[in-house]
Design a protein around this ligand. Structure first.
Ligand SMILES: [Fe+2]
Length: 497
């Protein structure tokens, strides 16, 4: 293991740290270098790592439920700078996949960078060699397609003994779920080689996986069986926007919100980043594309006022009424400005995303949107209700954070009644996505635990928190503390053992 880890692990137990105060040496190790985020310590994990992996045993505070066993995988941008050059956008960093193992009351953690061809070449060179999504870097290696610049940094999916690191613009990267060692680019079938496979596949309770990918305005749609074999796929000419991050699946439909985002090809040719070449046409509508799951050629398009959406909770329909929930972001330019600010270690207050529920009357074509004003992101639902009628959505949320960046709490929203339940960690914690893990043997929606990560700004350590998903306000049942911090990630999935 590398030098930094050896030093970290030689520093003694975290329990001793809490009882005796911070060791100056340990504190120094956790502190960002070069004064990054000096005025906004909650942004410190965005400094990123140097390309090394992490291994640690967690110290458990509280009572970890004995029946909560398995592996929780997460992915996110982990490396942000090389040789004095720093990425400009949060989405640019190389994928760092984490694995939390919960077994017999013990919790261990591991993180490894996905060994993409880009990462390996840049790690060898000690500097960036290829452009990133939001940072224009003159290529020093051939760019033959999206996978030449694949950052594999957004989410994960596991099927059998195959763990995938996912990235919206390119192929899935296969990893060994036990060691997180990279196996290579995944090709679902020969004719799908190199076709983007988005970071937001939907997994129905029977294991059926739906996903999409966009390329040059076209929309690839995938239906996979639980064993990973391709059941159906299609390429739809729908005028897909330059960026499409997520979608929703109901009993009968695939639903896409196609935002008015175009790509300025001249700007791309002139060498700007993909992100800087995207144009937001807010005067144009967002198109609601509804595709029949049984027959991809049966498509309907509705229109709604321009909306920029990254994430969906879930969708259901009864053949006549289609209902879905999502989180509406600020328009793309404001979102990107905020994502660039935080990468400079500066707070941003412009980026506020809020819950929505959209109803589409499939007979009359009338759309209705209900809005709420809580600051949230990363919606999740109980995996047992994916593509079925659901009632609850869980989100990280901001509760009285003032000028501080990020979420500090969790919220459960009952989308039928509008009732909400919240918990706040206070202002020294940043809360990341939490996923719902059903309690073994239970059947009711929401029966289980909410599991996710957070970062404690004062302790400069990351933790795993576990809540009773139906009793958030009671606070975490347990937290598992790492002896180090981990860069903020995006998405994860829990696989019970
Ligand atoms: Fe996402």
């Amino acid at each position: 293991m590398n030098r930094m880890l050896t030093r970290r692990s030689a520093l003694g137990s975290l329990g001793a740290l809490f009882t005796s105060g911070f060791s100056p040496e340990l504190l120094a190790l956790g502190l960002p270098r070069d004064g990054f985020a000096a005025d906004a310590p909650e942004l410190a994990p965005l400094l990123g790592l140097d390309g090394q992996g992490l291994d640690g045993a967690a110290v458990i505070e509280g009572r970890l439920p004995a029946a909560l066993r398995g592996r929780y995988f997460r992915n996110g941008p982990g490396l942000m700078q090389r040789a004095g050059q720093r990425y400009r956008h949060w989405f640019d960093g190389d994928g760092l996949v984490q694995s939390w193992t919960l077994h017999d009351g013990r919790v261990s953690h591991k993180a490894r960078f996905v060994q993409t061809t880009k990462f390996r070449a840049e790690q060898d060179a000690g500097r960036f060699l290829l452009p990133a999504f939001g940072t224009a870097i003159k290529p020093e290696r051939p760019v033959r397609g999206p996978d030449s610049v694949n950052a594999a940094n957004t989410s994960v999916l596991m099927q059998g003994d195959h763990l995938y690191a996912l990235w919206e613009g390119g192929s899935a990267y296969e990893l060994d779920p036990a060691t997180l060692a990279t196996r290579g680019v995944k090709t679902w079938s020969p004719e799908l080689r190199g076709m983007p496979f988005s970071a937001h596949p939907k997994v129905e309770p029977d294991g059926t996986v739906w996903n999409f990918g966009t390329a040059n305005g076209r929309l690839a749609v995938y239906q996979l069986d639980a064993d990973g074999s391709v059941r159906r796929h299609a390429l739809l000419d729908v005028g897909a926007p330059a960026m499409l991050h997520d979608f929703a699946v109901s009993q009968h439909h695939l639903v896409f919100l196609l935002a008015p985002i175009t790509l300025d090809i001249a700007a791309v040719r002139a060498g700007t980043s993909m992100l800087d070449a995207m144009r937001w046409a807010g005067e144009q509508p967002t198109r609601v594309l509804v595709v029949d799951k049984a027959d991809f050629t049966r498509q309907r398009i509705f229109e709604m006022p321009a909306a920029h959406v990254f994430h969906f909770g879930n969708a259901w329909d009864d053949g006549r009424l289609l209902r879905l929930d999502y989180v509406q972001s600020t328009p793309l330019p404001e979102f990107n400005a905020a994502a660039q600010q935080i990468m400079r270690g500066e707070r941003s207050t412009r980026d506020v995303s809020t819950p929505r529920v959209l109803e589409v009357d499939l007979q009359t074509g009338v759309l209705r949107v209900a809005s709420r004003d809580e600051a949230v992101e990363f919606p999740v639902v109980d995996p047992r209700v994916v593509a079925q009628r659901h009632r609850f959505v869980w989100y990280p949320t901001a509760v009285d954070t003032g000028a501080r960046w990020g979420f500090n709490g969790l919220m459960r929203l009952d989308i039928d009644s509008g009732a909400r339940e919240r918990f706040s960690f206070g202002n020294d914690v940043v809360v990341e996505e939490h996923v719902l893990v059903p309690r073994p043997g239970s059947t009711r929606e929401g029966e289980g635990w909410l599991v996710g990560m957070g970062y404690d700004v004062r302790r400069q350590r990351s933790f795993l928190s576990v809540f009773d998903a139906m009793r958030l306000a009671a606070g975490p049942l347990a937290r598992a503390w790492l002896p180090y911090w981990v860069p903020y990630g995006f998405h994860g999935r829990f696989y019970a053992a």
